[in-house]
Ligand binder design. Structure first.
Ligand code: 13P
Ligand code: SF4
Length: 295
């Protein structure tokens, strides 16, 4: 869209978008990726302004690792319900009880990150938990935590009972139906899905991990068990392959940002993500620790 290009130049802005954003928003983005790739990208951007098309915790993370930049959040109503399932007070009580370090999924508020020892995303959760010396409290995604447990047996992992409504809505039957229709398709599953769904996966990966795997394998067809918009990016980057989404796997919050919101935010230079300095400073440590571990 010409207007967005002009505004981007005028403001010296870069647009980052998550893989679940509307197709038209992905199309105007300079970079589309998973939570980890977006956090890494936000850190290395040298434009003055970042327009972040994602949900609250992603935009907060971009601001935390980049406090001197203007970070615009085109629709602040786009909030991840899983991130709202954990609060700092409850987590501190659990820490008192067990004395373990807190590993926070990036899908958490800045306040929760501020009391965490390290963050992780779905791309590096196993690696992060393996790097810890003692037992850990893993929050907020119980399904991701249970998935991590499959690979870590040298420490106790206490799970917080949070979940992603979009991913727990994906049922084994949804996938088996697609598999009957497309018997040669490889089953890709996000680790926020339930253990029963993970059990029937050919490959479990973050959204970026799914894109990478589909590019590298010889397979031509894929059942994609995550938010359905990832298939838009996959088809765009791999037009010769076929991607079958779970039709009802939609994250309503990821759809709240429209192209009009993006234009408006660049025109008015708002809404801007603003966070308490002290919280940002505390939250930066676990985020940076995670970014050093990488993918
Ligand atoms: P990814 O980091 O795999 O893109 O996941 C983000 C998310 O919110 C999954 O629901
Ligand atoms: Fe949150 Fe789930 Fe939406 Fe991801 S898909 S942003 S975890 S509600």
């Amino acid at each position: 869209m010409r207007k967005i290009e002009e505004l981007k130049k005028e403001r010296n802005a870069v647009i980052l978008a998550h893989n679940y954003q509307r197709p038209e928003v992905q199309d105007v983005a300079d970079f589309v990726g998973d939570s980890l790739a977006l956090a890494m990208k936000a850190r290395e951007i040298d434009a003055d302004v970042i327009v972040f098309c994602g949900v609250d915790f992603m935009v907060e993370s971009a601001k935390i690792v980049n406090p001197d930049k203007v970070v615009l959040f085109p629709n602040p109503n786009a909030k991840c319900p899983m991130a709202a399932m954990v609060d700092a007070d409850g987590l501190l009580k659990l820490k008192d009880e067990y004395g373990y370090d807190i590993v926070s999924y990036i899908n958490t508020s800045a306040e929760v990150k501020a009391i965490s020892d390290i963050c992780c995303t779905s791309a590096n959760a196993v690696k992060v938990v393996k790097s810890m010396q003692n037992g850990v409290i893993f929050t907020p995604d119980e399904n991701l935590g249970m998935y991590v447990k499959r690979f870590v047996d040298d420490k106790e992992i206490v799970l917080w009972p949070g979940f992603c409504p979009t991913h727990v809505g994906i049922k084994v039957e949804d996938i088996m139906k697609l598999k009957r229709e497309h018997p040669d398709a490889v089953i890709l599953v996000h680790p926020e899905c339930t253990p029963e769904v993970i059990d029937i996966a050919d490959k479990v990966a973050s959204t970026e991990g799914m894109v990478k795997y589909a590019k590298e394998t010889e397979a031509k067809e894929f059942i994609v068990a995550t938010e359905r918009e990832l298939c838009y990016r996959m088809k765009k980057e791999m037009p010769e392959k076929e991607f079958y989404p779970v039709e009802n796997a939609i994250c309503p919050n990821m759809k709240k940002i429209t192209l009009d919101d993006v234009v408006m935010s660049l025109e008015k230079m708002e809404p801007e993500m603003v966070l308490d300095e002290e919280i940002m400073e505390k939250a930066r440590k676990p985020l940076e620790k995670m970014l050093r571990i990488g993918r």
